[in-house]
Write a protein that binds this ligand. Structure first.
Ligand code: ATP
Length: 359
């Protein structure tokens, strides 16, 4: 019996990145809406696990990356609201502000300062070859000239986020691994010019939890920005909403339940969700779980899935609803997080400035 689902794989790229102790863990999420089940299973749950398993000398920093959010135009009032909701949600999922530094990225100007400095090292050719940028230029087609500079330099800001806190370990989803590699290369290029160990090359912690797919289009990942709100389960969804979204989830008309993501993406997504939401799973793999579910009707599979999600979200919902009304606590926590994160960043900026002759 085991669930390898939560185990994090540490990818060591080369011997020069052997992890120094103590560890510093950094990760971020855009405050562009209430996080969904994909964010939780793919990222946020690992943040809490890393916090709960951390030794006392580990520093944990989790940021609401609002400067990344503005690479697409945001309504100011909406963004303000999302920032508040996202902060409440990070606390509701179990991040402890006494243990983890939780902060809004734009409250710590060192992120933007280091980003500018790194922009002067980063090559536009390299940035132009990033998969996410290529996807955006391809989908913008003839309008690609109108794409904003901030979108091209998005990975430079991500590199600054990580490097400014001297992060040694960065938990990311598979989609972000390329950007982390960029951060490592920028750090190594900078150190080559300005002196070893000015910046630290972080290691990537890749979560093995599979991508959670959209409920309405299981070929695409579940995402905050998809126009169809029924494509995702929000962490605040009620039992009834979860049931109705799962009931309407796109599956297929093949009889019996089998796990085959390429030919049965909808059904396999539901099996993945049951597998990953069951922390005490008795199944070693999704295939094994699927064999146990084989004789269920589609309707029963959906009921099982909705129940599994609801069990995980019920306590999160309860904590969130009490936190979101407590405005003064949220303001205090954001302030404390900003002060602690500014402290964490100041040493790196001073080193970088000195190394470059800026001070
Ligand atoms: P957007 O739709 O605006 O791009 P998003 O839902 O992709 O937002 P991000 O803020 O970009 O969310 O990502 C936060 C974290 O959640 C990242 O580590 C990312 O890898 C992870 N993540 C996002 N979507 C999924 C998903 N469907 N399954 C698993 N992990 C996900």
């Amino acid at each position: 019996p085991c669930s390898g689902a939560d185990k994090l794989r540490i990818r060591r790229r080369n011997s020069s990145s052997a992890s120094p102790t103590p560890r510093t863990i950094f990760s971020g999420i855009q405050p562009t809406g209430i996080p969904h089940l994909g964010n939780y299973l793919g990222a946020l749950r690992q943040w809490v696990k890393l916090q709960d398993e951390a030794t006392p000398d580990t520093t944990l920093l989790y940021s609401l990356v609002d400067l990344h959010a503005i690479t697409v135009r945001q309504d100011p009032n909406q963004l303000r609201q999302w920032k508040k909701e996202s902060l409440a949600m990070l606390l509701a999922i179990g991040l402890d502000p006494n243990r983890s530094i939780i902060f809004h990225q734009s409250d710590v100007p060192a992120h933007a300062e280091l980003m500018w400095i790194l922009s002067c090292q980063a090559s536009t050719g390299y940035l132009g070859r990033m998969t996410q940028w290529k996807d955006k230029t391809a989908s913008a087609k003839e309008n690609s000239e109108k794409l904003k500079l901030g979108l091209l330099s998005y990975p430079v800001l991500q590199a600054a986020d990580v490097l400014v806190h001297r992060a040694t370990h960065v938990p990311v989803g598979h989609d972000q691994a390329q950007h982390l590699e960029f951060a490592r290369e920028v750090a190594s290029g900078f150190n080559h010019v300005y002196g070893q160990d000015v910046l630290i090359q972080p290691e990537t912690l890749i979560s093995p939890a599979k991508r959670v797919m959209s409920l309405t289009d299981p070929a695409a990942k579940m995402s905050k920005s998809h126009p169809n709100a029924r494509s995702r389960i929000l962490l605040t969804d009620s039992t009834e909403t979860i049931q109705s979204k799962i009931k309407a989830a796109v599956t297929d008309s093949i009889e019996g339940i089998t796990y085959d993501p390429s030919s049965r993406p909808g059904v396999s997504n539901l099996i993945d969700i049951i597998y990953h939401t069951n922390d005490t799973s008795d199944y070693a793999s999704q295939d094994e779980l699927a064999r146990d579910l084989a004789s269920l009707s589609m309707r029963s599979l959906k009921t099982r899935t909705a129940d599994a999600i609801d069990r995980v979200l019920e306590p999160i919902r309860a904590r969130y609803s009490s936190l979101i009304g407590d405005e003064s606590t949220l303001i205090d926590l954001a302030h404390t997080g900003a002060v602690r994160a500014s402290d964490s960043a100041s040493g790196t900026v001073a080193r970088v400035r000195k190394a470059m002759g800026l001070s």
